[in-house]
Design a binder for this molecule. Sequence first.
Ligand SMILES: [Zn+2]
Length: 148
Amino acid sequence: MVVNPQGRPCGCGSRGCWETEIGERALVRAAGYDGIGRSAVLAVVDAAARGDAMAQAALRQVGDWLGFGVANLVNIFNPELVIFGGTLRDVYLSSAAQVRGRLTRMALVAAREHVRLRTPSLGDDAALLGAADLAFEPLLRDPLELAA
Ligand SMILES: [Zn+2]
């Protein structure tokens, strides 16, 4: 999803894709840090919490683009719930004001009034637990059928 036509080139060949504006690389680069991955994102979040103005500005910028994209998705799909998982959990928790501000300005009133923004309660293992649950679901549904 293109959110910023004047944005950075994306690996897909387009420019200003949501990933290029809210991804780990975008946050770390905007904060003036090196590296990639969760540890790099957490370094920026920690720096912002300690008062690093550049890290704070990077989180505001990425949070703004995060909210921009979420507002568009809310307008299209009218979800009841948006969950920020992975490193977006950390980004959202540090930029919730920007995300909510974009929603307030851009999302349709009827859609934004009932959408809830959350982080996953299962933490970093949510995807693994979900996969395990899917794999075990037939066994749990009918243990005797699979035992035969
Ligand atoms: Zn792209």
